[in-house]
Ligand binder design. Sequence first.
Ligand SMILES: *Cc1c(COP(=O)(O)O)cnc(C)c1O
Length: 357
Amino acid sequence: MLTDMPLLPRARAHLSAHALTHNLGALSGLAGVPLLLPVKANAYGHGLAQVLAVTRELPSVWGYAVATPMEAAELCALKPGKPVLLLTPADEGETRELADLGVLLGVSTPEEAAALPSHARVHLKVDTGMNRLGVRPEQAAQLGRLLAGRGQLAGLYTHLASADDPDLGSARRQLELFAAVQAEFPGMLAHAANGAGVLSFGPLPGMALARPGLASYGYAAPHLAQVLPLRPVMTLTARVGAVHTVRAGESVSYGGLWTAQRDTQAATVQVGYADGYPRNATGQAQMLVQGQRRAVLGRVCMDQLMLDVSGLDVKPGDWLEVWGEASVHPGEVARWGGLAEYELLTGVGNRVERVLD
Ligand SMILES: *Cc1c(COP(=O)(O)O)cnc(C)c1O
């Protein structure tokens, strides 16, 4: 035993069950179908177990999509009680184990199909323009019939490359190519839309499911933000480790990038780039403290950052909101860091405790 003292985390990612449920209901309502919720990368950094706890009883969530065999196994160990689809190829041994767990396998090639155990159930992935995974549309009917003949085909899907582009021409072409494949398998469960697809197109004829990821967690491209009132699900908080005075003329943090013009109260906040706070936000970063936006002083460090709290009542042990719906929008922090929201959220570190609110 290390110690009898309680050891507390220094940063917490609070997940709002309310905001997540709201987003999922709104997206499912707009798409007109239930969701195959992407929970890859630890549910976009929000915590797989926490997202599962919120969504396992929700009728708006049909099942879950993951990106790696380990994610699939981890999810199955949590007994989701709903279908799980692996979006990427697995090798032969993994496929057997995943089929035993009841995981649906995304299959793109005849070689993958040939390596499947007989009890595997698959969704055939059709490449309509993303050029990442999938069988070409002109070869899809043949591969699909082979899988259907073995009783293994349980769905068809494709992925849109540019649904967040205001010009939806290429997304429409992808959907047309996919519809031609769907026509070969009447009544087969099908899905195509990511979050941008749901927000851009609303209900799509012939689709049984939609796969909004980032939108489910509360974010949309600027031109799609007005379509639905999505709420950021994650609030990041961090503990103040120390408060001290920086004297006029002194510099703060690595490289001395910031120099005090006058005596300044600085709080050393226990969150840094190892926790997912972007190092490149240095120079622009702010946090909201007691209703006031305050500047992060100098270079963001691995584990800590310094914040101007002059004139405020901030003490060691206080918890501050780093980002969240009620303080600084995570999208703003991402922009300071030159990141997409995808990167900010999936970059939230392992030592940040995920808490369900
Ligand atoms: C990640 C992923 C999604 C979700 O995409 P968002 O842009 O987050 O909505 C949907 N489908 C596939 C195949 C994916 O890999």
